[in-house]
Design a protein around this ligand. Structure first.
Ligand SMILES: O=C(O)[C@H](O)[C@@H](O)[C@H](O)[C@H](O)COP(=O)(O)O
Ligand code: SF4
Length: 606
């Protein structure tokens, strides 16, 4: 079935807009492909260094150009519960490579930050920049030019976007992403959030809070809320970088290991030496990117992808805009209710039918481009499956269920939770912003209230403790953009604003910073561009100004006389405290050159 004509129209405009970047990109990819087996251009000395630790049989194989060499880029560390399982993956992948007659080598590692560990801490100011650094670090591994295909081991927030930027930069090579899967379900996310609110109100102690947090985050695997990390898994599957059904299988299970070995063998099967050559730079095109945006809307995905997906697309010469994302939101229905957009977690999503059911439903009405290339072959229909472990220990794929196993978590295309998606663009005299409405009740989609201005999320929390946050208001938290302090997530505001909202106050947030993908029920206009430190109008808002946030009509306005507002001096902030400490001094060059949020807040692309 061809895609819905509205999806086709938005895709066509992206193709047209991208040509100046996409065509030269494809020429570079094809020029690199034309050079043949890449290690064949290495000198004997280069090659000897490259395979010095291999077995004699592997050296023989790599001395020629017939046997495929699989590069592994790994983001293993013990800080991210989602990445800790990767510790054992290289051995499993090497075993699979041997079974497939190929060779596998770890090309390099990349850094991985856990936004949960750094949330509310100075380290969070490195987080966004770590995405582009991860792309660079992966590039260093791949620049050995020893490889015919690559598997990327990554899950969390900035890591998959950074690895995708690298995979598309090395677009002449096939790229298969291998996830580690979600943590098993612990204390439900809403119960964790409730204990946090009790603690913030002084009704629970630290011991009770730590117990709740530890029961929620309790073992290996991705945290089970639908934040950026799990949005990444959804994206990798719907864009065709995962094997079908790979996203949400728990770590340490036979099926997980079978999927990992299968992915390694598939990566070796789609090299230029085989008959199904699938270079990443040609596999991913504008339709793949649109499919990714559709998946974000249909699942209520992370607002961070209004930054990351733009940077990821740009790495392949594709220019995606907030208006594309916003216009797709008007077409794509919301089919999933996973925390913070509901009470379920990703394990419940998978049990309800998961990615296979979701893709099946979206294909039914042309919400997705089916005619796309994937690491598994041609077409997205192949992903409408339910993965199982076969008797022989290999992966088998049943058809996805015809009916959702839990319609309260995963809806059919005929009975969506909302007729439109979750991510809207806002424009007005403050600039541009984005808002995630899938987790916000309809009666809160329009908020008009006086501004309370802060230059730091801790200032707002202190005002809460001092009992100063009374009545209806829009919290303006500014000087939080990429050039100011690296654009940290302001997720710590969620608890306080949630308490005030639950008390009946009509509150909202307006910031040039960003939120966690796990932030939810309070209306938040985020990623305001231009940012305050770049002379953005958000820097001219004063306490008491009336602001109108209208997610229904897509506007964000300060209701002040235009001439008076323009004549106001730009506020300034003392950012000296953000320049040193916890490594922030190392990222001064990134703050100096970071691009605007609506271009991905990247140091790699203007
Ligand atoms: O974008 C995201 O999804 C978040 O960055 C997420 O990865 C982060 O870990 C949250 O901070 C977790 O939520 P808590 O901080 O509430 O545990
Ligand atoms: S989902 Fe967030 S908190 Fe959980 S491991 Fe990943 S980065 Fe850390």
């Amino acid at each position: 079935m061809s895609a819905d004509k509205r999806i086709e129209a938005i895709t066509a405009r992206i193709v047209e807009r991208s040509k100046p970047h996409r065509l030269p990109y494809l020429e570079r990819v094809r020029a690199a492909i034309s050079k043949g087996v890449h290690r064949s251009v290495l000198s004997c000395g280069n090659l000897a260094h490259g395979f010095s630790v291999c077995s004699p049989a592997e050296k023989d194989a790599l001395a020629g150009d017939r046997v495929a060499n699989l590069g592994i880029i790994t983001s293993y560390n013990d800080m991210l519960s989602a990445h800790q399982p990767f510790e054992t993956y290289p051995a499993l992948i090497r075993e699979a490579a041997r079974e497939a007659g190929g060779v596998a080598q770890v090309a390099g590692g990349v850094p991985a930050m856990c936004d949960g560990v750094t949330q509310g801490q100075p380290g969070m100011e490195l987080s966004l920049f770590s995405r582009d650094l991860i792309a660079m670090a992966a590039g260093i591994g791949l620049s050995h030019n020893m490889f015919d295909s690559v598997v990327y081991l990554g899950v969390c927030d900035k890591i998959v976007p950074g690895l995708t930027i690298a995979a598309l930069t090395f677009g002449h090579l096939p790229a298969v992403f291998i996830p580690a899967g979600p943590m098993t379900s612990g204390l439900p996310n809403d119960e964790k959030a409730h204990v946090r609110q009790l603690y913030a109100e002084g009704k629970a102690g630290r011991a009770e809070l730590l117990e709740a947090e530890s029961k929620s985050y309790h073992g290996p695997g991705t945290c089970t809320f639908y934040g950026t990390a799990n949005s990444n898994q959804m994206l990798m599957e719907i864009m065709g970088f995962h094997m079908p059904g790979a996203s949400f299988i728990n770590p340490g299970t036979p099926l997980r290991d079978a999927l990992t070995k299968e992915a390694a063998k598939r990566a070796l099967a789609i090299t230029a030496q085989g008959n199904e050559f699938t270079p990443a730079g040609e596999m991913i095109d504008e339709r793949s990117i649109v499919n990714g945006v559709v998946g974000l809307h249909a699942t209520g995905g992370s607002t961070n992808h209004t930054l990351h997906l733009i940077a990821m697309a740009r790495a392949a010469g594709i220019v995606l805009t907030w208006k594309d994302i916003s216009d797709l939101s008007d077409v794509v229905p919301l089919l999933a209710r996973v925390y913070p957009n509901g009470l379920a977690d990703v394990n419940h999503f998978h049990a309800a039918g998961g990615m296979g059911f979701l893709i099946q439903e979206l294909l039914k009405t042309g919400m997705l481009h089916d005619d796309v290339r994937t690491v598994y072959g041609q077409g997205l229909q192949a992903y409408t499956i339910d993965p199982k472990l076969g008797a022989d220990g290999a992966v088998v794929r049943d058809k996805a269920p015809k009916v959702s196993h839990d319609p309260k978590v995963l809806a059919s295309i005929e009975t969506p939770f909302q007729p439109t998606g979750g991510l809207k663009m806002l424009t007005g005299n403050i600039g541009s912003a984005v808002i995630k409405i899938s987790a916000v009740k309809p009666e809160r989609h329009v908020i008009e209230a006086p501004a309370k201005v802060f230059h730091d999320q801790l200032e707002l929390n202190a005002a809460f403790k001092a009992g100063e946050l009374t009545g209806d208001f829009i919290a303006v938290v500014r000087f939080q953009g990429p050039k100011a302090n690296g654009m940290p997530e302001l997720h710590k505001l969620t608890t306080v604003l949630g308490i005030l909202q639950d008390r009946g106050q009509r509150v909202a947030l307006l910031t040039d910073g960003r939120m966690s993908g796990a932030s939810g029920k309070v209306p938040a206009a985020i990623h305001v561009t231009p940012e305050a430190v770049d002379n953005g109008p958000i820097g001219r808002i004063r306490n008491g100004d009336i602001i109108r946030l209208d997610a229904t009509h897509g506007t964000i306005e300060v209701l002040v006389n235009a001439a008076e507002f323009a004549a106001r001096p730009q506020a300034t902030a003392d950012l000296s405290g953000n320049e040193f400490g916890m490594g922030r001094e190392l990222f001064a060059p990134f703050r100096a050159i970071a691009g605007p949020a609506d271009h991905g807040a990247s140091v790699l692309f203007a």
